[in-house]
Design a protein around this ligand. Sequence first.
Ligand code: SF4
Length: 504
Amino acid sequence: MTESDRTSRFLTAPRLSKSKFLAGLQCHKRVYLDVHHPEWATPPDSSMQAVLDMGTELGVLARSCFPRGVLIEEGYRQREAAIAHTATVVADPTSPALFEGAFEHDGVLVRVDILERIPGTEAETPSWRLIEVKSSSRVKEVHLADLAIQSGVLQGCGIALSAMCLMHINTEYVYEGGEIDVGRLFAIEDVTEAVKSRQMNVPEQVAEMKRLLLKGDPPVVEPGPHCQSPYECPFWAHCTKDKPARWIYHLPGSKQVVRGLVEQGITTIDEIPAGTTLSLSQRRVRDNAEWVSAKLGAVLQSIQYPVHHVDFETVMLAAPRFPSTRPYQSIPVQWSNHIEDESGTVTHQEFLHEEPTEPRKRWAEALIESLGERGSICVYSSYEEAMMRQLAEAFPEFRLAFKPILKRLWDLHPIVKDYYYHPRFNGSYSMKSVLPALVPSLAYDDLRIREGGQAAAEYYRMVFLEMDWIKRAEIRDALLRYCERDTLAMVELRRVLGEKAGGL
Ligand code: SF4
């Protein structure tokens, strides 16, 4: 098929939306696949859905800062009706603001979070303030591009903009209980000048995307670091399905090193020339061999019985719900403890706060009781220590109990990192990489929840959103199984590492 044959398959360019335009800024192939082959994308998982749900909750809170604003309720499939309703509200001088307004210009459709009317004076005609609501805690480059496409479309529709702003979360806000203070939860930053400087490129960017969307084949774009920034591309699995197992982008650490190697024409880790400056972790991946430090046995023997193996799960709420907490503060809600005595007998204890109430006191009381006064407390990150210190700071009544507990912490993560390497780690020492390599029978594949972010999202859904008690029970069970697996994993990892060290 010739290029002109393929081109003729699409006679008119599909409409662009704001999200498709932003996808196209990240990668031309991404916008092409988004439009012509959305079925090739990896579907969003439940944690992504919870992020979207949290975003919806924030959107509603943000609107409450603009009393008497009018919501354009027509959905994304009711394009014509949404545009017509928006035009009616814009023409009505008594409407002080509109939410989710729909505007279309030059084949680009945008829905605007908040458009606030700035009444004119005798000398000035009325104008509008464009406000984009984001759940992040600061302005990012992608937000400016987002506002640039919106403002371009609005101005094309004859809307005079006096300011362009980003409304984001103010992480300094401390919730004091009662009704949330939305004026302090959000910060509104005027980014008009920064957006204007990006606006001039928008018409050409749109024209270029429209041209490529008319073609019969997607543009050729080699996957690389741009696939993860500013967002993880959903076509990653599709674009990398034919790459070799030791593809150069699987080299961990500095992406600058990877870029340098790619520029030299190197496509796999095995082709890295001798003499290339690499970090320790990168050298281990290149050498692809098991390594056991002579000191591993002695380090493992420093542990005291009974050994508690603990792991915490937390939730981070954009809109805080518990007094004296800030947006996105980590709130502990769950723990698991596998206790191994000197004879090798292992028992299990666990805790999960299941109500939408302040979880921290009950969490701490149950944990302190489970940890008792004897034995090492094995963890696999510094996160557990940070959580306990934060809790002791917030609740002085637990300080005395946590002081000796903190002294009993024994972190297995730096021990693995400094004293052992297995080729199947692929340069990563996270539990999710280490466990399948050393204890394949305990890998996370059989679990519904497989990583911490997903656990936090599912917890949010179970406690704050889900109404169906059967679904709540399913999430509860999945959360318990996930946290239990993390601590059983540490018991087994210590055992396997002991064998690697010569049998302890
Ligand atoms: S995975 Fe990378 S190359 Fe493929 S479409 Fe996405 S951003 Fe483009």
